[in-house]
Design a protein around this ligand. Structure first.
Ligand code: ATP
Ligand code: MG
Length: 198
């Protein structure tokens, strides 16, 4: 058999397998996605889904925990969109604040805003950016947070980002990606670049 014929045969059989798999996927539900790992690309992936959702005319809520900067490109871009509610809810990195009591109070105030979104079916997508740190530092009680996420409206999607996601959260999730840190320009002494890092 010629090379081209063999290729066509392989692709035919591949297509039938893929088509069968796709036809079996007949369920619809609000998904919980967790983007974790030490590599770059967790939050920016979440913002990609924000763009997709808004592009479909759907409504998005974003809660940014930990970080306090309000000069990022993503906030400047998305917060002007009529269907996007954007909240920067942190006081800064823990090594900057150095105040656990304050961090806990800030986290709880921030979570109240997330809870409103998780109770509101008008939000099609809720992004909980850097939430994992609030759980690993025990700033928020994880059972309560997971219960709030679990009892959200049936068709609402939630994306959680942050390193070292806890097992309970991974278990609850429908889709989990762990982004590996293969290389980062930062280690070559390169500053955070506008458009790439912020
Ligand atoms: P991004 O927002 O760029 O998608 P991220 O959400 O995956 O990154 P974070 O831990 O939230 O990663 O870090 C945010 C900032 O730190 C970004 O400026 C990012 O480029 C940088 N960063 C991410 N991973 C690393 C790393 N492994 N080493 C150094 N800096 C990193
Ligand atoms: Mg991030």
């Amino acid at each position: 058999m010629s090379k081209n014929k063999r290729h066509k045969k392989r692709m035919e059989s591949k297509k039938s397998i893929i088509d069968e798999t796709i036809s079996k996927a007949d369920k619809n539900k609000g998904l919980l996605l967790v983007l974790t790992g030490n590599g770059k690309g967790k939050s920016s992936s979440a913002f990609g889904m924000v763009a997709r959702t808004l592009g479909h005319g759907m409504k998005v809520g974003v809660c940014q925990f930990i970080k306090s900067r309000t000069d990022t490109g993503e906030e400047a871009f998305f917060s002007t969109h009529k269907n996007c509610d954007w909240h920067v809810l942190g006081d800064g990195f823990t090594w900057d604040t150095q105040d656990r009591t304050q961090d806990i109070a800030t986290s709880q105030k921030g979570w109240a805003i997330a809870q409103n979104m998780l109770n509101d079916p008008s939000y099609d997508l809720v992004v909980l950016d850097e939430l994992t740190y609030l759980l690993s530092y025990k700033y928020l009680e994880s059972n309560g947070v997971l219960a709030d996420i679990n009892s959200r409206p049936a068709m609402q999607h939630v994306v959680v980002t942050g390193r070292a996601a806890m097992d309970d959260l991974l278990e609850l999730a429908d889709t989990v990606s762990e982004i590996a840190d293969v290389k980062h320009a930062y280690r070559d002494g390169i500053q955070a670049q506008k458009g790439i890092d912020l």
